[in-house]
Design a protein around this ligand. Sequence first.
Ligand code: PRP
Length: 177
Amino acid sequence: MIESYTPEVFIGEEEIALRVQALANAINQDFFGQEVVMVCVLKGSFIFFTDLIRKVNIPVRTEFISVSSYGDDNFSSGELKMELDVTGAIEGENVIIVEDIVDTGLTIHELTKHFIAKNPNELKLASLLYKPNKLKHSINIDYLGFEIEDKFVIGYGLDYAGRYRELPYLGVLNAGH
Ligand code: PRP
């Protein structure tokens, strides 16, 4: 039988929706009259991404990318493996990378290099969450949802062992789970 328990709410649905709208407003303003290519970094950002693109009211082209890091949770080799790359053109485009969380910053550090090499017109970063305590790379987040303390957050796309991504809010697991 599958265990069933309800994680504690960390950031609720309404608060998330307000921030997503505010980030979309900023994107709409920054790129008024232009098109943007919004890149969903799988898997964690898929819910944030789909909510955000539906609040953006300028033309959007969607792209998807997937990377995984080598090494375990306590040690990163500093390398990323590209599992899935974008398929459309990036050169000359206004690109916004959409992440669920910037933790050590390794993923976005490497993805930034990856996209810069493709010569975009502009390259921006949107991230729902940011943990300043864990940061090891110099990162500028153009559209940030929430700066949070170093706790393990699940829901709204973020997982624990592949589960909880479907929760409509950001939660934390109580001790023992
Ligand atoms: C998470 C998250 C970011 C990355 C951030 O992905 O989605 O891509 O970690 O960590 P960093 O700043 O230390 O690089 P994860 O590897 O958990 O994969 P997932 O998105 O498929 O759940």
